[in-house]
Design a binder for this molecule. Structure first.
Ligand SMILES: Cc1cc2nc3c(=O)[nH]c(=O)nc-3n(C[C@H](O)[C@H](O)[C@H](O)COP(=O)(O)O)c2cc1C
Length: 497
């Protein structure tokens, strides 16, 4: 099957080990820090506006409770504002940086977004290709096709500028780009739900996504800052044949004056192109959460906790958080292994949340024989009782947030079967699944007055050996922590726009 060896080689080489982290510069080269905002020259900028009103968060999960918004410039504006738009500007000690609705590893924001929309008043009387400019909350018009149809559907394409993450994280950065793309997709999925819209991942060759968005016209990009196609999302009903994009006139801005080369990144990126896989859907829908604030407020308030206060959460909150992950029905290859530290009514210990019950037996057979597998309802199992605070911190590259959260967990993926079934692109898709769940859980935690943080830095095989995993049948690709944040009052916050 296609390029599996390359994926396995990259995966192993970029594991963090106690004695040796994956290769990176090891310091921040501020002189080459990439610009987080891509812009295209000669592309007309179309400002976006919408009403600030958004529905209550819990209604996003109640089928058919929200009216389906018409496809117009205001609804597109709302979709993008609450998915990939700026959530806030932060400043401290003379530096100022933007945070976005979608979380991103190191806030390096590798994900770019393109829109292929039919004729829409205020955008164009014809079908268009445009690029989303989050700083301006505007669309950069890249091409107008000779097509005036509109059947109410449109496409969103996501791509990654790998250099943005490589600048800080070196060889492991490709993994972070994929997790970030998953977060961006999760953000789009929830924002679309506010408009009564459903997102559908399209099974398409990644080279077709590149051709559609002009990413294969390499002369338009600085050679170290090319964009790799991630996924294509279809929104709303109706068929939407992919148009042919000719040579585009606009060139991308240069993000850094010079670059550090990490040849392995191009190798893994090439190996993971191909037909984007559609995985089996999770078959149990999430339960509807209790009423809370408006979805827009929750999305704009979502922040990664940089420190946690060590307090406990209720079992209802814990269960609601696990259940929320089911909203991401395209993520059936992911299970959770949880370090439960402080959940009222639940003994501390190591737990498994089996999200696809067909895999229960193979999880049991692959893991440590002495695990209890004591069922606690709804897919949750106690594996071992005990205090896992120090272990979870050590596994999370010694980050205290893993210990001081109410719980932290690993996203354990059905690794071997994804690679066997789809080839190397299955590896990429597993990261997308993990990131999608991560974005959802950030929002759910915020809706409960809690905070979360994605943890990309973890000791891969130290975690695997804790579970007694001896082969690649299951591999952990993302870790996460949830609890109550200690807010750093020295950092000033201004609104995104
Ligand atoms: C894939 C991924 C990995 C991350 N890894 C870490 C981590 O290991 N440690 C940490 O403190 N934060 C981590 N974060 C949090 C980011 O640093 C944070 O999302 C970013 O600074 C933007 O801030 P915001 O989430 O508050 O918008 C991660 C986020 C993502 C999406």
């Amino acid at each position: 099957m296609k390029n599996i060896t390359t994926a396995l080689m990259y995966h192993d080489r970029t594991k963090h080990r106690h004695e040796r982290y994956a290769a990176s510069l090891g310091y921040m080269d501020w002189a080459t820090q990439p610009n987080p905002f891509r812009r295209y020259d000669n592309a007309p900028l179309i400002p976006l506006t919408h009403s600030e009103h958004t529905p209550h968060y819990h209604l996003l999960f109640q089928p058919n409770s929200l009216p389906v918004a018409p496809l117009c410039i205001e609804s597109l504006s709302q979709l993008l504002r609450y998915s990939l738009g700026l959530a806030a500007w932060k400043s401290q000690g003379g530096s100022r940086w933007a945070l976005r609705c979608n979380a991103s590893s190191g806030n390096l924001q590798p994900t770019e977004c393109y829109l292929i929309a039919p004729r829409i008043e205020g955008l164009s009387p014809k079908k268009t290709l445009s690029h989303y400019a989050p700083r301006e909350h505007a669309l950069e018009l890249l091409h107008t096709y000779d097509d005036t149809s509109n059947d109410g559907s449109f496409m969103v394409a996501l791509s990654s500028i790998i250099w943005r993450e490589a600048w800080k994280y070196g060889e492991r950065s490709w993994r972070y780009c994929q997790l970030d793309a998953g977060h961006a997709y999760g953000a789009i999925k929830t924002s679309a739900a506010m408009l009564g819209w459903k997102c559908e991942l399209v099974s398409v060759e990644t080279k077709e996504i590149a051709a559609l968005c002009g990413l294969d016209q390499l002369e338009r990009f600085n050679s170290s800052e090319y964009e790799s196609p991630d996924m294509l999302i279809k929104i709303a009903t109706g068929s939407f044949p992919l148009p042919h994009t000719p040579n585009l006139l606009s060139h991308a801005n240069t993000l850094s004056p010079s670059h550090h080369e990490w040849p392995i990144l191009e190798i893994i990126d090439d190996a993971t192109q191909g037909l984007y896989p559609l995985t089996v859907s999770l078959n149990s829908p999430r339960t509807i959460p209790p009423p809370t604030k408006s979805a827009g407020e929750i999305i704009l308030k979502r922040r990664s906790a940089q420190a946690m206060d060590g307090s406990s959460i209720t079992q209802e909150q814990f269960r609601q958080l696990l259940d929320a992950s089911k909203f991401c029905d395209e993520t059936s290859s992911v299970h959770f292994i949880l370090f439960v530290h402080r959940v009222e009514g639940l003994e501390s210990g190591l737990y498994a949340f089996v999200r696809q019950l067909d895999e229960l037996e193979s999880l049991k057979n692959t893991m440590e024989e002495s695990f209890l597998w004591k069922a606690c309802n709804n897919g949750l199992y106690v594996l071992r009782r005990g205090d896992y605070r120090a272990i979870s911190q050590r596994i999370s590259c010694n980050q205290e947030i893993a210990k001081e959260g109410a719980f932290s967990f690993a996203m354990l993926t059905s690794f071997a079967s994804a690679l066997e079934k789809y080839g190397a692109i299955g590896y990429k898709n597993l990261y997308h699944q993990c990131g999608t769940i991560g974005q959802m859980l950030y929002l759910e935690a915020t809706s409960l007055g809690l905070s979360a943080t994605g943890i990309g830095c973890f000791l891969d095989d130290e975690f695997h050996s804790l579970l007694g995993l001896r082969d690649q049948q299951f591999q952990s690709l993302y870790h996460f922590t949830i609890g109550r944040a200690i807010v750093d009052m020295r950092i000033t916050t201004e609104s995104g726009y």
